[in-house]
Design a binder for this molecule. Sequence first.
Ligand code: ATP
Length: 235
Amino acid sequence: AAGQAMLEVKNLEAWYGESHILHGVGLEVRPGEVVTLLGRNGAGKTTTLRAIMGLVGRRAGSIRFDGKETVGARSDQIARAGIGYCPEERGIFASLTVTENLMLPPVVRGGGLELDTIYKLFPNLKERANSPGTKLSGGEQQMLAIARILRTGAKLLLLDEPSEGLAPVIVQQIGVTIRELKSRGFTVVLVEQNFRFAQTVADRHYVMEHGRVVAEVANADLAASMDRLHEYLGV
Ligand code: ATP
């Protein structure tokens, strides 16, 4: 069964300088799954995504992607292997148009979506193709940040709080997009603070606290587990 995992993280430790942030994180993601990392501020969710992407100071333990060890690989090599990261701040270039933002990242791997396909998936972005990044709403910026990693050829998408700061109706649209990506065979790991949103998109959840995974919950069991998880989630 272990051979089925697309991403297999074991005993992951991570440091920023002298700060030891992750203490033996373990998780597995199968191809086509949508999995969330839940937990309070400072639990280590963002650091887990950054560690998978090779963007922390130091890592130890194991992160296997498609069966290959990536602890020790550089972040550009990890991107080339097929992992895309969308940071919480989204990283849209304000002076560039939507199309220019989409064309900016290098295609690191075969099978990236063409611009036409991306515009079919994101009709709102198509309407805004020639608008500069500064003119986009928060929701449009989030869509653009997700769309941009689809062009690179990434198969595993790491999304940091895509719902953050967005109006409920826009959060719903992001949910539709994530489910559409799943139906197209993409695999998604997302950090979330918004449980209701997490419940509408995910197959499974990992709950983090103090740099560790403290619980794993199937989506169907999340509501019933709220009492047990309350102390970790702060809700
Ligand atoms: P949040 O929702 O606030 O981002 P999180 O669960 O994603 O929460 P992390 O951002 O991973 O948490 O932070 C985990 C711990 O690492 C926190 O104690 C934070 O202060 C610390 N930390 C984060 N970034 C750095 C950094 N660049 N240098 C040193 N410590 C950091």
